[in-house]
Design a protein around this ligand. Structure first.
Ligand code: AMP
Ligand code: ZN
Length: 493
């Protein structure tokens, strides 16, 4: 199956296929590692993950390259404030970023490329531009890109820059969304700032040249798809195109994939508005990693997602329903002497709709709906006593496909909550944790097992008062016990 996907560059929906017929090259702009990732960032990384997983489900090999921006204005500023060299400041945030991706079940890129490890490639690219007089050096020793020399400037963001003043410059990494200026390729160092000594002179790279150089290094001068959040379309991606195509005279990325921003409670997320959340903030409030993934992928990537706590609670319930269904299918001994044609049909329809929704510009909302329809039909058949082993196998097969994209069935949630707690304890920010989550700190899995065994013993000797007291003590610490035929099971609240 082939995906049809919206391409920002051509403003149309197109089939996405690897140009070399073998592996589809994706370059996704990675994080700037100066702080912990927030849920807006993760919405973008999760939709790139959905794209990659869908391609793989449909049988296309993917080469997924992601950069780490480990030098830029903000990093230099924050590292100086923390009194650390940047090489000691960024690794903890890079590590935290990959831990967060793991918690959200985002597949690791095939190649992670750090900016500071590709300075030579960037210098070579700037030299190629300098040879054509497209890069020029200013009195302070910085190098700029002359946008008047690139007639295609604005073709991605569809901005008209025909009347721009030649030579107007901007030297910061982030700048005004509507003005076109010659932008910095290489920045001369300010006094005391870290610098690389290169044939361009001392200094450090600008943000945009980083992605051009690393994308071409790992995917070639022309490649299949470039991804990022919608804010990167201009100036970052526009500048990447200008630099790369001016140097190579070839088209850079064929397909551009942009994820719309996430809002929180209807507003732009910001620290000053008090609606800014990192993944760790949510885990410490007791929300499950799986539900966060489920919510952040629920709305298709070209629509805005409005994050609310009600929405997150609903997704928690949805994940729970799916898991209960999955366990029911796996753990019941279904009769083998028959088949329910309507279940087998429903499974085939759900699979077809699920694949078709993903193939149609990654419509995650419809893909999920197809599976929830199946859950309802199959539960009804099971309740009516007309579900058979062969039918269940067909349904489990569809669920397996579903899980390759949404990754919700296996329960690792308490592991990640515990991980966040241990991190908060080390960082001295346990005040972020809700009382129920905090209660988990005091009990390890082994300690819980000991208490459960003690409760079993109390029940065997008919000491029900003691058994109840243990159940109550565990509940206060956020542990729920479930008595069943096969013994006692527990889960964290
Ligand atoms: P940064 O670390 O700021 O460079 O951002 C990493 C990625 O997250 C980029 O692809 C951004 O476009 C994306 N991003 C930032 N804020 C949001 C948001 N509120 N919603 C969705 N994506 C975002
Ligand atoms: Zn980039």
């Amino acid at each position: 199956m082939t995906i049809r996907l919206f391409n920002t560059l051509t403003n149309s929906i197109e089939e996405l296929k690897p140009a070399d017929g073998e592996a589809l090259g994706i370059y996704a702009c990675g994080p700037t590692v100066y702080d912990y990732g927030h849920i807006g960032n993760f919405r973008t990384f999760l939709h790139v993950d959905v794209l990659r997983r869908t391609l793989e489900l449909f049988g296309t090999k993917v080469r997924h390259v992601m950069n780490i921006t480990d030098v830029d204005d903000k990093i230099i500023r924050n590292a100086a404030a923390a009194n650390l060299p940047i090489s000691e400041y960024t690794p903890r945030f890079e590590k935290a970023f990959f831990e967060d991706l793991n918690a959200l079940s985002v597949a690791h890129p095939s190649k992670v490329a750090r900016a500071t490890e590709h300075i030579n490639e960037m210098v070579t690219l700037i030299m190629r531009l300098a040879e054509q007089d497209i890069a020029y050096k200013t009195e302070d020793g910085s190098w700029y890109f002359r946008i008047a020399k690139f007639p295609g400037y604005g073709k991605l963001s569809k901005k008209d820059f025909s009347g721009i003043a030649d030579g107007a410059r901007v030297d910061v990494d982030e700048y005004d969304k509507d003005s076109a200026r010659d932008f910095a390729l290489w920045k001369a160092p300010k006094p005391g700032e870290y610098r690389w000594e290169t044939e361009l002179g001392p200094g450090r790279p600008g943000w945009h040249i980083e992605c051009s150089a690393m994308a071409m290094e790992y995917l070639g001068e022309s490649f299949d798809l470039h991804a990022g959040g919608e804010d990167l379309m201009f100036p970052h991606h526009e500048n990447e195109i200008a630099q790369s195509e001016s140097a190579t005279h070839k088209s850079f990325a064929r397909h551009w994939f942009h994820v719309r921003f996430l809002l929180v409670e209807g507003r732009k997320m910001s620290k000053s508005e008090g609606n800014f959340y990192t993944l760790r903030d949510l885990l410490l409030k007791g929300y499950k990693a799986s539900a966060i993934r489920f919510l952040l992928t629920s709305v298709p990537y070209r629509q805005q997602l409005n994050f609310t706590f009600e929405g997150l609670a609903a997704e928690t319930g949805a994940v729970e329903r799916l898991r209960t269904f999955y366990q029911r299918l796996k753990n019941t001994k279904w009769p083998e002497d028959g088949s329910n044609a309507s279940v087998v049909d429903a499974a085939a329809v759900a699979r077809q709709k699920f694949h078709a929704a993903l193939a149609n510009d990654l419509n995650t909302a419809e893909a999920r709906a197809a599976i929830f329809d199946l859950v309802r039909t199959v539960n009804a058949a099971a309740d009516a006593g007309s579900l058979f082993k062969g039918d269940v196998t067909a349904v489990l097969d569809v669920l397996a496909d579903f899980d390759k994209i949404f990754v919700a069935l296996e329960d690792n949630d308490s592991k990640w909550t515990r991980f966040a707690l241990e991190w908060a304890e080390r960082e001295g920010c346990l005040d972020k944790a809700s009382p129920e989550v905090l209660a988990q700190l005091s009990l390890s899995d082994a300690q819980i097992d000991v208490l459960i065994e003690e409760r079993n013993q109390a029940r065997r000797t008919r000491n029900f008062a003691r058994a109840d007291a243990i159940r109550k003590e565990l509940l206060e610490k956020g542990i729920i016990l479930e008595d069943s035929k096969d013994g006692v099971r527990w889960k964290r609240k």
